[in-house]
Design a protein around this ligand. Structure first.
Ligand SMILES: [Cu+2]
Length: 281
């Protein structure tokens, strides 16, 4: 009997656990891999709770009133048309909520814009439909390459089964060291693109003729995915961003390899194919 209860409890718990896991991985924001993404995640949660409290309070009062004070019970509608005190209250309370949220969000917003004191500066140029990377400053200066989708065409048109990294794999990922402030300067060659990597809390438009910048500091080694986030034409879905975060030592080795290749006149970065890269994060 005890065994039966235990197994039925387990049978009940498993779908609940699976649902909770889905809620945190499938439907929630990406697991943060930078301090900025962490603050955005927390802010998102706090604001969602505020929204939920307002939602429950407003609809709770409304449905309670409709039910408990209904006409069939003999209730009369109260006339508070042009009541100054109520109008002041429903102006001041939302105003205070909005100002409170603004004060809460401002430090994060300011930090997002602070691209000073970067260790490495990389220019990301959006092209129809690939990304170009130029290491402008810091360790690796001079390295430049294109990053192009490697998912076979057959997968896109359902002639081959789609693999785990479908539309999130490139020939040359961006390689950066862990724990270093990376400034990303964005621009574009043709139309507006946007450079976005959710795990770093980074999203910045890449506009032809303009230079914008953003920054991130990855806190864990690994492979992180993003996508162009501005509708840029027919192959917009086929210009992913893959960032490989490596240890500073590995980064130094990679830089040396690239510089050696450049000295020999070979294209940069082709050795680091991401076909076997771990699943997206
Ligand atoms: Cu694009």
């Amino acid at each position: 009997m005890k065994k039966l209860i235990a197994s039925s409890l387990l049978a009940l718990a498993m779908p609940i656990a699976a649902f909770a896991n889905d809620m945190t991985t499938k439907y929630n924001l990406r697991v943060p891999a930078s301090g900025m993404a962490e603050s955005l995640y927390t802010m998102h949660t706090v604001l969602m709770i505020i929204c939920l409290v307002i939602f429950v309070a407003v609809f709770g009062v409304m449905f309670y009133s409709i039910y408990a004070h209904r006409k069939s019970k003999g209730h009369q509608a109260v006339d508070f048309h042009e009541s100054t005190s109520i109008e002041i209250a429903w102006t001041v309370i939302p105003f205070l909520i909005v100002v409170g949220i603004g004060i809460y969000a401002t430090p994060t917003l300011m930090a997002q814009k602070d691209t000073t004191n970067a260790d490495i500066t990389i220019k990301a140029t959006g092209h129809q439909w690939k990304w170009g990377y130029d290491y402008l400053k810091g360790e690796g200066t001079g390295i430049a390459f294109y990053s192009t989708l490697t998912t076979p065409y057959e997968q896109r048109v359902n002639q081959q089964p789609k693999t785990l990294n479908y539309l999130s794999e490139v020939d040359n990922p961006l390689v950066v060291p862990v724990g270093k402030k990376i400034r990303v300067v964005t621009t574009a060659n043709d139309v507006i693109h946007a450079w976005m990597v959710p795990a770093f809390g980074v999203k910045q438009d890449a506009i032809p003729g303009f230079v914008r910048d953003t920054w991130f500091k990855a806190e864990r080694v690994g492979t992180y995915n993003g996508h162009c986030a501005e509708l840029c034409g027919k192959d917009h879905a086929f210009m992913p961003i893959v960032v490989r975060v490596v240890t500073p030592e590995e980064y130094t080795v990679w830089v040396a390899e690239q510089q050696k290749k450049a000295a020999q006149g070979q294209p940069a970065a082709v050795a680091m194919a991401s076909g076997s890269a771990p699943a997206r994060q």
